[in-house]
Design a protein. Structure first.
Lengths: 255, 421
């Protein structure tokens, strides 16, 4: 598999909350222009794993390598420095602020005097939302006044706006309608073509089969295995998720 | 009819909450105006109310940030007293020994000392809250007790007076104003700046191709802003300085005093300080990253953290700012009284919190405006001054203010539920 250096390597990551081993010595990797699906039952540890990459949690142990170099990610600011962008399962929006303020939160556009430039941010937000969700119009409303899908669009817009190299999507389409879901799928294809690496967490096997190159399956905090999507069937994946059973053919060894 | 009115106000861009507060204020003024045969609506009373509001209102602007981020600061009243006493002792006992009695630098040193002391005390509280994660309620409750006690130790309970004469001007009074001419100049400049800011913002929005208010609505708002500023200056410039003070002031300036020489007060310096604080705090709240992070953290602390905002450090800054504003308020309060006794600032924390909350700051976090808090402080002071002027005694005043506070918050909750905000 060593055609080039991986964009991301997470090696032997573990973390526990109280007594629960949420992530138990898991290793995954991601190459440029690749989409890797993360699958697993509820509570398998998927979100926790990617939150370690995005800086929300600090791992109890293990290493993160980015572009072949060891990376230290202690907080979300560090992750942003490595061009890691994340769409969180909880969306992580400040409900009282409007969509533009959320999109640029922590990276506001400012005027030459250093003042927050709300008008410029709204103009940019209108542009990107036009690509993602053309029906979106509530630009001056706080995001608490938006529908679940509209909120999700804002979270997606925030992750793709800043030229991510590594994109983490934690169930990005859970609240979206069919048309918007289709647009996100197209977006993923497009970003992939641009050479961005994407971790996609999803419960939808069809999505994963369609969009992902490889899939890593977790169960009870442990990695069941990583497989090439082309070489397995839906049922193989389901077997991995539910039974934790490794498909007989082509499976990568796991440490 | 009601729909039409709603549409009218909507195109003006005024939110109903602001209208409600202004309505409440006007009602209070009219009711007390009638009850006092117009005395309450005299320039003299407006001047006094404006001066009496200043100290609490300055602190209330800082309390907005504290409450927006889901914290509370119970220590501001005691801190005001502690700072006031320390700075008074500085002027009365310590500095005269170093630079000499009546030295010109005393008031400047005193002002810096007050603000610095507030910022340092506040930052320390903020550090305990942000980094050691002790709840703000407890930390500032501790501060409430500590500062009140420390205040006593500064002078072993001795009242400090009189304060430095220049310092005293910061508290208002006949001399502590801009005077007529400067007040007009101030009013005109302020009106021009307000109009320019509104028009520039309109231009910027139009440049981006956003929908802007209809021209007539913009014209009304611009006229209203400029009109209010000028009207305020005009009222302050209609309150003549009483005879005794006139004699003192003319003598100081080497002018001969005659019976028909009339000078008016103009805008009081503490009110000027309050206006500057209000503008600066509004800019901080709405136009700086810091302000944006305050509201984001109040709305969803986890999201703010995930967006790379250092919420712990933010907490330190918020409480340092609250402390600095308490320092400014302490200057105003002690200068106004020209003396500091161990009771200075008692119960102020509750007035400040009440002003912010009446002004629409939600204790659940995320919502609150600077102008709201200032109007809240003005409403509270108007109520108290009004009741005092019709002879309601202090205990009953407290009872009324207590009921008003609860009522105002209930109205706010109903309003929020209706508007879904
Ligand atoms: N902050 C936390 N504190 C304590 N336990 C946690 C915390 N975050 C996650 N856990 C636990 O870690 C385990 C993994 O949770 P995680 O959110 O990673 O699951 P998931 O695979 O994303 O599930 P889902 O499909 O439901 O999103 C669960 O048992 C969860 O209860
Ligand atoms: Mg999850």
């Amino acid at each position: 598999m060593d055609k080039k250096t991986p964009l991301v390597e997470m090696k032997d990551i573990h973390i526990s909350f109280g007594g629960i081993k949420a992530v138990d010595h898991v290793s995954v990797d991601l190459y440029p222009g690749e989409v890797v699906g993360l699958l697993g039952h509820n509570g398998a540890g998927k979100s926790t794993l990617i939150k370690i990459l995005s800086g929300a949690y600090k791992a109890d142990g293990g290493e993160i390598w980015i572009n072949g170099e060891k990376a230290t990610i202690n907080n979300p600011r560090d992750a942003r420095k490595y061009n890691i962008e994340t769409i969180y399962q909880t969306l992580a929006l400040a409900d009282n602020l409007d969509s533009a303020s959320n999109l640029f939160l922590g990276r506001e556009l400012v005027t030459p005097l250093g003042m927050v430039d709300d008008d410029a941010m709204e103009a940019e937000t209108r542009k990107i939302m036009g690509r993602l969700n053309p029906n979106f119009e509530k630009f001056s409303a706080p995001v608490s006044a938006l529908s679940g899908g509209q909120r999700q669009s804002v979270a997606i817009a925030r992750a793709v706006y800043f030229n991510a190299k590594i994109l983490i999507m934690d169930e990005p389409t859970a609240a979206l309608g069919p048309h918007e879901t289709q647009m996100v799928s197209e977006l993923i294809q497009q970003l992939k073509a641009e050479g961005i690496g994407i971790f996609l967490i999803s419960h939808d096997i069809h999505d994963v089969m369609e969009l992902c190159d490889r899939a890593s399956v977790m169960k009870n905090g442990k990695l069941v295995g990583t497989v090439d999507v082309d070489s397995v069937t839906d049922d193989d994946l389901l077997g991995m998720i539910i039974l934790g059973k490794h498909p007989h053919e082509k499976a990568e060894a796991e440490g | 009819m009601q729909d039409q009115a709603k549409k009218f106000f909507a195109s003006l861009g005024l939110d109903t909450r602001l209208l409600g507060m202004i309505g409440a204020l006007v009602v209070i003024w009219i009711v007390f105006g009638i009850a006092t045969d117009g005395r309450f609506l005299s320039p003299r009373n407006f001047f006094n109310v404006s001066v009496q509001t200043a100290s609490v209102a300055v602190m209330a602007t800082g309390m907005v940030f504290v409450i927006v981020t889901r914290h509370i600061d119970l220590s501001v009243g005691s801190m005001l007293g502690f700072i006031g006493m320390t700075v008074a002792a500085l002027q009365v006992q310590w500095l005269p020994q170093i630079v000499g009695l009546g030295h010109w630098s005393i008031w400047i040193i005193a002002v810096f000392a007050a603000i610095l002391m507030g910022a340092v005390l506040g930052a320390f509280q903020g550090w305990i809250i942000g980094y050691l994660t002790v709840p703000a309620f407890i930390v500032t409750l501790g501060g409430f007790l500590i500062y009140r006690g420390a205040m006593w130790w500064v002078t072993k309970g001795q009242t400090q007076a009189p304060l430095d004469p220049t310092f005293r001007l910061l508290g208002g009074g006949a001399e502590g104003t801009l005077g007529e001419t400067l007040s007009w100049i101030f009013g005109i400049i302020a009106a021009v700046v307000a109009v320019a800011v509104m028009l520039m913002s309109r231009r910027r929005k139009a440049d981006h191709g956003f929908v802007v208010k209809p021209v007539w609505a913009e014209a009304i708002m611009v006229g209203l802003a400029a009109g209010l500023i000028i009207a305020f200056v005009w009222i302050m410039n209609s309150y003549p300085i009483p005879k005794g003070a006139m004699k003192r002031m003319t003598e100081a300036r080497g002018i001969e005093y005659t019976e028909d020489l009339v000078w008016n007060h103009g805008v009081a310096i503490p009110v000027l300080i309050l206006l500057v604080v209000t503008v600066v705090m509004t800019v901080i709240a709405t136009r700086t990253r810091f302000g944006r992070y305050v509201y984001a953290t109040g709305g969803n602390p986890e999201a703010a953290e995930l967006s790379g905002i250092n919420t712990r450090w933010l907490t330190v800054k918020i409480f340092a700012l609250m402390g600095a504003l308490t320092g400014i308020a302490s200057i105003i309060a002690s200068a106004r009284l020209n003396a500091v006794d161990v009771g200075l600032g008692t119960l102020d924390e509750l007035r400040v919190i009440a002003a912010a909350v009446i002004g629409g700051t939600a204790l659940s976090g995320g919502f609150g405006t600077i102008y709201g808090a200032v109007i809240g402080a003005l409403i509270m002071q108007s109520l108290q001054s009004g009741m005092a002027s019709v002879g309601v005694d202090a205990p009953l005043q407290n009872i009324v203010v207590g009921f008003v506070l609860v009522f105002a918050v209930w109205v706010d909750i109903v309003y929020r539920r209706k508007t879904g905000a």
